[in-house]
Write a protein that binds this ligand. Structure first.
Ligand SMILES: *Cc1c(COP(=O)(O)O)cnc(C)c1O
Length: 223
C-alpha cells in the first residue's frame, strides 16, 4: 500500500492552525481511507454519488463527508441524509434542491459556492458576476435548511505559479467583498476552499481555510 499514514502526517505538518484538510478519497479503496482514519483524519471528500454511498455504508459513522464534484439536482436526494457539506454549488436551482432535500431529512446542510475563475472552459462554477447576482436576489435567505459557509474554487492547472496565485487572490478578495456585503454578521461564512495536491502551498499563502488533497496522500487514482 501507498504510505498513506506517512503522507498524511506530512501534509498535516504543512498546514497552519485554522486550515482544515479534506482528504479526497475518490477512486481510492476503503483500506486507504481507513489508514487515514486511523491517523485521526475524519473529513473526506468524494465526487460521485454511488461511490460515496457505498463508502458511507461500510466505513465508520463519525466520518464527515464532503461532496466536492459537480452535483446533479436529481442526485441530491441520495446524499441529503448524511452529507455534511456540498462544496460545489453553482446555481440557485441546486441550492434550492439541497434545501428541499435537507428539509425532508430534518437537517441543515452546509454548502460552499463554487467560483469559476480558472481559464479552462470545461470547469463548472459561478462567474463572479453570477455569484453576485445569486446573492443579490436574496432568495437564499429564505432557505432555512442550507447554510452558506463560504467559497470554493479550483485554480487553473498550469505550471505558472503567478497565475495560480493571482486566481486564488482574486477568490480571496471576492470572499472579502461578499463577507462585507452579505455575511457581515454571519460567523458561519468563513470558509475558503482552495488548494489541491499540486498547488496547496500557494493556497496557504492565499488565505485558504480548507485544502482538498487526494494524490499527495493516497497516490495516483486508478480509474
Ligand atoms: C479530485 C479533486 C481534488 C483533489 O485533487 P488532487 O490533485 O488529487 O489533490 C480536489 N478538488 C476537487 C474538486 C477534485 O475533484
Amino acid at each position: 500500500m501507498y504510505d498513506v499514514k506517512g503522507n498524511l502526517r506530512k501534509v498535516l505538518g504543512d498546514l497552519p492552525d485554522g486550515v482544515r484538510l479534506v482528504a479526497i478519497s475518490k477512486y481510492h479503496p476503503n483500506d486507504y481511507i481507513m489508514a487515514a482514519y486511523e491517523e485521526g483524519q475524519r473529513v473526506f471528500g468524494e465526487s460521485h454519488e454511488q461511490e460515496l454511498r457505498q463508502k458511507v455504508e461500510s466505513l465508520p459513522k463519525d466520518i464527515e463527508w464532503h461532496f466536492i464534484g459537480h452535483l446533479q439536482t436529481n442526485k441530491v436526494k441520495y446524499i441529503a441524509p448524511y452529507i455534511q457539506m456540498v462544496e460545489a454549488v453553482d446555481s440557485l436551482k441546486l441550492l434550492k434542491e439541497i434545501n428541499k432535500q435537507a428539509a425532508k431529512n430534518d437537517r441543515v446542510i452546509k454548502v460552499l459556492l463554487e467560483l469559476h475563475i480558472a481559464e479552462e472552459e470545461t470547469k463548472y462554477g459561478l462567474t463572479l458576476d453570477a455569484c453576485r447576482e445569486l446573492l443579490e436576489s436574496g432568495e437564499w435567505r429564505e432557505l432555512k435548511n442550507v447554510q452558506i459557509c463560504g467559497l470554493m474554487m479550483m485554480a487553473s492547472y498550469v505550471e505558472d505559479e503567478a497565475q495560480i496565485r493571482s486566481e486564488m487572490m482574486l477568490a480571496s478578495d471576492f470572499f472579502d467583498e461578499l463577507k462585507e456585503r452579505y455575511f457581515k454578521d454571519d460567523d458561519n461564512f468563513c470558509e475558503r476552499s482552495w488548494g489541491m495536491s499540486h498547488d496547496y502551498p500557494i493556497a496557504l499563502e492565499c488565505n485558504s481555510t480548507m485544502v482538498r488533497i487526494g494524490t499527495t496522500i493516497f497516490g495516483p487514482r486508478v480509474y
